[in-house]
Design a protein around this ligand. Structure first.
Ligand SMILES: NC(=O)C1=CN([C@@H]2O[C@H](COP(=O)(O)OP(=O)(O)OC[C@H]3O[C@@H](n4cnc5c(N)ncnc54)[C@H](OP(=O)(O)O)[C@@H]3O)[C@@H](O)[C@H]2O)C=CC1
Ligand SMILES: O=C([O-])CC(=O)C(=O)O
Length: 405
């Protein structure tokens, strides 16, 4: 039914309607399927009953899909796409914010999942950001990413997190100059309680959650505690930016390119209390202390530089890191879905229960992890503490990833 395909664009109006029609042709619709049924929470359903207007219908249509992304397609009918994997649903909160503005385009380009993985982006905003969110979705339309098959925008986490395979929880107030991240807890904590409940209710049972909004360790804990039906091991607090910063500083001091730095652990919180572990890190496969003889620099300057890097950046730029954070989210996701190179590891904030390091139970704490991918389907990531790999004080914590990536 072509009329139902065109309808959401016509209702939304504006110049993207024409682009939608163009893109529908470009994608050469071979097989038409009915549109997916619209999921509405009871509040929204009640609102629409009361209003009963075209505007409400347009709103509902817009929450389901956006513009050109309402076009139906059949990947199997096209030679180029028929070997592609099943669509992956990625929900992103704070989607109109600075970090997302970098991240969404990386996700859509295939940087994380590869060139045979089509993707649906479900973007969560708020009343205040809905216009901006439309702008973001329009830019995604205009980018013509072949892998980006669906985009929906909305303000209800119960809608946007439905069937999410990944939830990237970015939406939260950032700090300003001179403020510690922990001070954001009063404002931001509640967001993650609500979003945890929503994930618990509607996300894929195997959803992987990366909490970015600060203070991210505590927010991740709040989130997982509100999602008791999801595996706690699937929740992560983003400390990959700290790992990347630490690698950069070691490379700078050693005079090597940063790809020579490995085994970099960030222990603890994404805060000024974190411990970037130079004792177990390596440069060209050698312990850092064999390469960098300046112990004072390692023990004092290096640690403080990494701990305070975010704050210094805010002082200089007037706002917090956005592009490098987006890069680190991509790195963190890629590390979860690809086998970690032999002997190396990466850092992520994980739920500590059952950890092999003696870290207090029942918190979210960054530690070294490894990922093993076995290409099986729909089996959750499992953390298996493996004491046999603990050598020479190089502790790490295995993630056996058996998802479909
Ligand atoms: N873990 C890490 O390594 C890093 C974490 N961060 C954190 O990520 C978060 C997002 O940063 P960034 O994208 O730069 O921020 P932006 O201000 O650009 O966007 C944040 C989004 O969060 C939403 N939000 C929810 N509540 C509030 C609030 N009370 N005040 C303002 N915005 C709110 C807004 O979206 P809407 O209106 O749609 O809800 C807004 O668009 C921050 O908490 C920041 O501290 C930043 C860098 C690194
Ligand atoms: O410093 C901030 O507030 C933002 C952030 O978490 C970082 O850049 O590490």
């Amino acid at each position: 039914d072509l009329s139902s395909l065109a309808r959401p664009q016509a209702l939304r109006g504006g110049s993207t309607g024409a682009l939608g029609a163009h893109a529908a042709r470009r994608r050469s619709v071979q097989l038409l399927r009915p549109r997916r049924p619209t999921f509405r929470c009871s509040v929204e359903a009640a609102k629409q009953q009361v209003q009963g207007t075209l505007a409400a219908e347009a709103e509902a249509a817009r929450k389901e899909c956006f513009g050109v992304f309402c076009t139906t397609y059949d990947l199997e009918a096209d030679e180029k796409t028929k070997s592609w994997k099943k669509l992956v649903n990625v929900s992103v909160s704070g989607a109109a914010g600075m970090i997302s503005n970098h991240l969404l385009f990386k996700l859509a380009s295939g940087e994380v999942f590869g060139q045979d993985q089509p993707i649906a982006l479900k973007l969560l905003g708020s009343e205040r950001s809905l216009q901006a969110l439309e702008g973001v979705a329009m830019e995604l339309e205009d980018s013509l990413y072949p892998l980006l098959r669906e985009v929906s925008i909305g303000i209800d986490p119960y809608v946007i997190f439905e069937d999410a395979d990944w939830a990237l929880l970015i939406g939260a107030k950032p700090r300003g100059p001179g403020v510690e991240r922990a001070a954001l807890l009063d404002i931001n904590g509640q967001i993650f309680a609500e979003q945890g409940k929503a994930l618990n209710a509607v996300a894929s049972r195997n959803v992987k959650v990366i909490v970015v909004g600060n203070p991210c360790n505590t927010n991740a804990l709040i989130c997982l505690k509100n999602a008791p039906n999801l595996p706690a091991k699937n929740f992560h607090a983003l400390t990959r930016l700290d790992e990347n910063r630490a690698k950069c500083q070691l490379a700078l001091k050693a005079g090597v390119f940063y790809d020579k730095i490995s085994n970099m652990t960030i222990w603890g919180n994404h805060s000024t209390t974190q411990v970037p572990d130079f004792l177990n890190a390596k440069i060209n496969g050698r312990p850092v202390k064999e390469v960098i003889k300046d112990t004072k620099w390692l023990e004092e300057d290096f640690t403080i530089t990494v701990q305070k890097r975010g704050g210094v950046l805010i002082q200089k730029w007037g706002r917090s890191s956005a592009a490098s954070t987006a890069v680190s989210i991509v790195d963190a996701m890629r590390s979860l879905v690809t086998p970690t190179p032999e002997g190396d590891w990466f850092s992520t904030g994980v739920y500590t229960t059952g950890n092999p390091y003696g870290i207090a139970e029942d918190i979210v704490f960054s530690m070294p992890c490894r990922s093993k991918v076995r290409f099986q389907t729909e089996i959750p990531i499992t953390f298996l503490p493996d004491r046999s790999i603990i050598q020479d004080g190089n502790l790490h914590y295995d993630i056996i990833h058996t998802g479909r990536w």
